[in-house]
Each structure stands twice: as structure tokens, then as C-alpha cells.
Design a protein around this ligand. Structure first.
Ligand SMILES: Cc1cc2nc3c(=O)[nH]c(=O)nc-3n(C[C@H](O)[C@H](O)[C@H](O)COP(=O)(O)OP(=O)(O)OC[C@H]3O[C@@H](n4cnc5c(N)ncnc54)[C@H](O)[C@@H]3O)c2cc1C
Length: 567
């Protein structure tokens, strides 16, 4: 059996290595247009920032490794230019010599990835404007920010008595993963960084009120954000500076510009081969990664996958799914019955020592689908036992089905151990867990690692409390219409207060019940929701109609940022 694999990075390289492990006799040809196979594109922003010092560290496995260790005919600088499904052949062009050869296949695997979106804007090809996709891209950016202009190379022409060097400026277009990661690395490199983002938030998969926390955090670390303003074009200004012009007419001068406007599945070859393209613009595959042609498989960023929670077709450009899909294609080609379960979009981004991570459905996705059968909670548990040094709060939003408690998705932000909470929750989600399962999850605990009630358990306990009716819930948007009761201590009010709330500290509540209305909903607030819950329990048992405002003052802070008011 002869298998040709097009694309030699995450999905392709994974497929090639697995194929060899499963079939010693298969003839495997893997072609890669670029100069490297199996490189770590996830590490590119950190190479730009100098965190990863050597370019060679990005090269996970070389062409030679594939040849010698896996007996794979691995060809770099080799582009597949045409697939002829009837003849079962692929035309290959040597990128350096231009020579075209034809190879036949029994099975073909496409893993061409998703190139960066590059709109035809005026001036987009000016020197100093880059995208971050490949090792050569990162190398060019690194060279440019070190020596790209006289200014960047150390102000050679800047003489005189001035000892303070003006800041170098970077403009990043797009506030997604790659944009934010590159922005952080440019800050580390001493750049004054602005991010221009057409959408009204960074990190589009997050719900907006959670993204607001990320935005505040990166701004605290010196990144300027221009949200809701698309880039209109680029102009060469004096001294090698590029003026980035936005649709609102603003101009951001830059010594370097990074384009990170998202990616689009590469379907060029698939289209010429007549393969079915899905509604989201990716190659349509079944759960065994088979395209509409049974001898052609496709994996990675180029394919559409089923969203694990909503069942919708979606585009998920992540390394984990690409690697797993590569393995699955290899399994199926060698006769195994492996299947891709769908993708949850589980993601994480690290920024200035903190992390934002998520898995599963967001609230905005459910709203877009018209799904009303969900509830959400906000909670702020400590990353580990509060009495052990270094505990940091994790801001969490957890979404679950009202009707049966199925866990649907979570988003978490914080400076300590966010990843393990979302990883645990992601696994639970894939196993079809309910919030009652999260309550009961047995997770490792010692004070420096977690709490006896881990944030994962805690989210299950709070959510289950809501569904069992122990903790009727309200959210800020509706709470304001009711009677607001603040049960915090007087000293806390000096720091932050809600003017319309009646204040009775929790310790005095039993003695002051007469001050509360029996004919209105009482929305109880505290700082994070915990004391409000205790107060709600007390009031419910005393015959009041009480509800806990989820996340208390902490959730107010970012919901407030959302629209500037409680409404
Ligand atoms: C800067 C950056 C940071 C990232 N960070 C993360 C992260 O932290 N976490 C995460 O999960 N994901 C991350 N990703 C995404 C992740 O790298 C991709 O999801 C993954 O690499 C997709 O694998 P793939 O095989 O589909 O495509 P790719 O890995 O992009 O490989 C496709 C390859 O196919 C080659 N190719 C295309 N067409 C042809 C052709 N006709 N002939 C020959 N070769 C061809 C291309 O040259 C390319 O090298 C990041 C991506 C980038 C660019």
C-alpha cells in the first residue's frame, strides 16, 4: 500500500509516524512545501520574544528523522500541485527547481493546514509587515525587530546628548491567540504594543464579560487595545515607520506590524480534486477523517469537525485535534475502526504569567443557536488552599443544562493553575459529565496544589445547588430590578459598594429580618457569592423569596465593564 501525505507538520507528521508504527510494509511519502517538517508553530511567538532562544529548538523532528527512524520518504520544499482522483495520482513540484513529478497513491491524506488571512489592504506588502505562521516567518520577524531598520538596530543615526532611547512601536492586527501571544512577546522585547481588533473583544471564543478580564489584564501590562476598529490600510511614513490606518481614521505608527487576522482552511487542492467542502469552508470529512472520496483523508486545520457539545460543523484550528486526527486517519487506513469524537475547542493562552482557558460551549454560542436550556454560574475559588502561600483566585464561568445538569462548557482566568482545572473539566465534558459528576470528582489535593473542595468540585457543588433549588440564582442584569441585599461587612463597603443595595452584614441578618420585604424577590450579594449563598439559605428557610447573585461584586466588575451599566 502506498500512502501520500500532503503537509508535514502537526496532522501530517502525526499520521506518517503512526502509519509506520502500524504498518511496517506501507510505502509512505510525505511532502511539505516549506523547508521544515514537524516544527512547533505553537512556539513561534516565543521564539520571536527570545524566550525560546534557538531556532533549532522549534524543529521537533527533521526530514532525516522521518527517513531514518520511520522509513518515510519525506520531501521538504516539495509542493503538491494537483490531485487526479481518477488516476489516483498527485503532481509534485520541487519548490527550488520547479521540476514537476507525478506519484501514484492507494490512499492520500491531506493536512495542508490553514494559512493566515491576508486581506488585500492598501500597503499590506510594505516591509515591516509580517504574519506568524512558519519558522522562516518567525526568523524574519526576529531579524527585523533586531536589525530591520536603523532605528530598530540601535538608533545608529540617533546621536547627541539624549540618553533615553524612544520606544519602538509594534502594532498587532487581531486580538486572537496568535496576536495576543506575539503582542506579549513584543512587550518583553521592549516594544510599545497596540492591538487593533475589529471585533468588540479579544479572544473571540470567550464570552465577552470574561474577555473583559483578559483585556484589563493585558492593558495593565502595557498593551494598548483598540477594539471595534478594523485596519483600513498601511502607509510608509518617514524613517521606516509604517502608519497603520484604521477604519475610524486613527493612525498608529509602527516599527513593526504583525498580522494575525485569523486563519482560513486551505482547500485549494481539495477543491481541484472535487472533494466536498462544508458550510464553514473546510474540507468535509466523516468521523473517520474520510473525505467525500473514500481513498482521500483530510485532517487538521483544513477540515470541518463536529462541535462536541452543539453538534454543529465548526472550524477548530488547534494542534491537539490535528494530531489526534492524523493518528485516526492512519488507524483507519490500516484497517482499524478509530473515530474522532468531535472537538470541544479546549484552549489555553498564557499572558504575562496568567492564563485564560476554556472548553466546550460558550454562552454566546448557545444564544446564537437559540438554546435557552442552560444556566451559568460565576465563581472565584482559590487556586489552592488560601492559607498556603501563593493562592490566587481563578475567575470561572461554568455553563450547564437546566433540564438535566449536563455540563456544557467552562471558561477560566487566573494566575495559577488555570490549566489543570480546564483540563479536568474538558475531560469531564468529553465523558458527558453532569455537574453532579463534577461535585463528586475525586481530584488530588494537598494545600500547595488545590483545596479539599477543588475549583472543579466547587463549580459542580454550586451548579448542583442551583438545580436542586438550594440556591435560587440571579444575575446582575435582572438583580437590579429586585430588592438588592448586600451582606458584606461595613469595611468592605468603603472599597466598593452598590448604592441601591440595602446593607445588612451577614452576622446581623437573623436579628434584622424585619427590615426585609416578604412580597419581593431579594437578590443577595457579597463579594464572590459565597456569603450571599449562606444568607440565601437562611432567608429561604425563614420564608423569604431570596436569590443569590452569581459571582457577587466580582462578577459585577466585569459585567459592568461590558456595557458601562447594570442594565
Ligand atoms: C503562531 C502559532 C501559534 C499556535 N499556537 C497554538 C497553541 O498554543 N495551541 C494549539 O493547540 N494550537 C496552536 N496553533 C495552531 C496549531 O499549530 C495548528 O492547529 C496545527 O499546526 C494544525 O496542524 P495541520 O497539520 O492541520 O497544519 P499545519 O501544522 O499548519 O501544517 C500544514 C503544512 O502543510 C503544508 N502544505 C500546505 N499545502 C501544501 C501543499 N500543497 N504541498 C505541500 N505542503 C503543503 C504547509 O506548508 C504547512 O507546513 C498555533 C499556530 C500558530 C501559527
Amino acid at each position: 500500500m502506498k500512502v501520500i501525505i500532503i503537509g508535514g507538520v502537526a496532522g501530517g507528521a502525526s499520521c506518517a509516524a503512526r502509519l509506520r508504527r502500524l504498518d511496517e510494509k506501507a510505502e509512505i511519502l510525505m511532502v511539505e512545501r516549506g523547508p521544515y517538517v514537524s516544527y512547533a508553530n505553537c512556539g513561534l511567538p516565543y521564539y520571536i520574544g527570545g524566550v525560546i532562544e534557538k531556532e533549532s529548538s522549534l524543529l521537533v523532528a527533521s526530514e532525516r528523522t522521518f527517513r531514518e527512524q520511520f522509513n518515510v520518504d519525506c520531501r521538504v520544499n516539495c509542493e503538491a500541485i494537483k490531485i487526479s482522483p481518477d488516476k489516483k495520482t498527485v503532481d509534485l513540484r520541487n519548490v527550488k527547481t520547479g521540476k514537476v513529478t507525478t506519484e501514484s497513491y492507494d490512499k492520500l491524506v491531506l493536512s495542508p493546514g490553514a494559512p493566515s488571512i491576508r486581506p488585500p489592504l492598501p500597503g499590506i506588502d510594505l516591509p515591516g509587515i509580517f504574519e506568524v505562521r512558519t519558522v522562516p516567518d518567525a526568523r524574519t520577524i526576529r531579524e527585523w525587530i533586531e536589525t530591520g531598520s536603523l532605528f530598530l538596530s540601535g538608533m545608529d543615526s540617533y546621536s547627541g546628548f539624549q540618553t533615553v532611547r524612544p520606544k519602538t512601536r509594534a502594532v498587532v492586527i487581531g486580538g486572537g491567540f496568535i496576536g495576543l501571544e506575539t503582542a506579549e512577546n513584543l512587550v518583553h522585547r521592549g516594544f510599545d504594543v497596540a492591538i487593533v481588533e475589529m471585533g468588540d473583544q479579544v479572544l473571540a471564543p470567550l464570552d465577552q464579560e470574561m474577555a473583559r478580564i483578559v483585556e484589563g489584564y493585558v492593558e495593565k501590562h502595557g498593551i494598548r487595545l483598540a477594539l471595534g476598529d478594523g485596519v483600513a490600510g498601511f502607509k510608509q511614513a518617514a524613517n521606516g515607520v509604517i502608519d497603520v490606518e484604521t477604519q475610524s481614521g486613527k493612525i498608529y505608527p509602527a516599527d513593526v506590524v504583525i498580522l494575525s487576522l485569523g486563519v482560513r482552511p486551505d482547500t485549494t487542492l481539495a477543491k481541484t480534486a472535487g472533494l466536498e467542502i462544508g458550510q464553514r469552508g473546510g474540507i468535509r470529512v466523516d468521523e473517520q477523517m474520510r473525505t467525500s472520496n473514500p481513498d482521500i483523508f483530510a485532517v487538521g486545520d483544513a477540515v470541518e469537525v463536529k462541535d462536541f457539545v452543539t453538534g454543529e460543523w465548526s472550524l477548530i484550528a488547534l494542534a491537539g485535534p490535528a494530531n489526534r486526527q492524523g493518528r485516526i486517519a492512519a488507524d483507519v487506513i490500516t484497517g482499524r475502526d478509530s473515530r474522532f469524537r468531535g472537538s470541544q475547542g479546549t484552549s489555553i493562552i498564557g499572558l504575562f504569567g496568567a492564563a485564560a482557558a476554556w472548553t466546550g460551549a460558550s454562552e454566546k454560542t448557545l444564544n446564537r443557536l437559540g438554546d435557552k436550556d442552560y444556566e451559568k454560574i460565576y465563581l472565584y475559588p482559590n487556586s489552592h488552599a488560601g492559607y498556603y502561600p501563593g493562592a490566587r483566585p481563578i475567575a470561572m464561568k461554568v455553563i450547564f443544562r437546566k433540564s438535566d445538569g449536563r455540563f456544557l462548557g467552562a471558561q477560566a482566568l487566573g494566575e495559577d493553575n488555570v490549566d489543570k482545572r480546564i483540563s479536568a473539566l474538558a475531560m469531564a465534558l468529553q465523558m458527558g459529565a453532569t455537574i453532579y459528576d463534577l461535585e463528586e470528582a475525586e481530584l488530588c489535593y494537598a494545600p500547595q496544589f488545590g483545596s479539599a473542595k477543588d475549583p472543579v468540585n466547587f463549580s459542580g457543588m454550586v451548579a448542583a445547588g442551583v438545580l436542586r433549588g438550594d440556591m435560587p440564582l440571579s444575575h446582575w442584569k435582572t438583580a437590579k430590578a429586585g430588592f438588592l441585599l448586600d451582606v458584606r461587612e461595613p469595611a468592605e463597603l468603603a472599597v466598593e459598594s452598590v448604592p441601591e443595595a440595602v446593607h445588612i452584614p451577614i452576622g446581623q441578618l437573623r436579628a434584622r429580618l424585619a427590615e426585609l420585604p416578604r412580597d419581593r424577590e431579594i437578590h443577595v450579594i457579597c463579594r464572590s457569592g459565597q456569603r450571599a449563598y449562606y444568607a440565601t439559605r437562611m432567608l429561604l428557610q425563614k420564608g423569604f423569596n431570596a436569590k443569590t447573585v452569581s459571582g457577587g461584586l466580582l462578577s459585577l466588575a466585569h459585567n459592568h465593564l461590558l456595557d458601562g451599566s447594570l442594565n
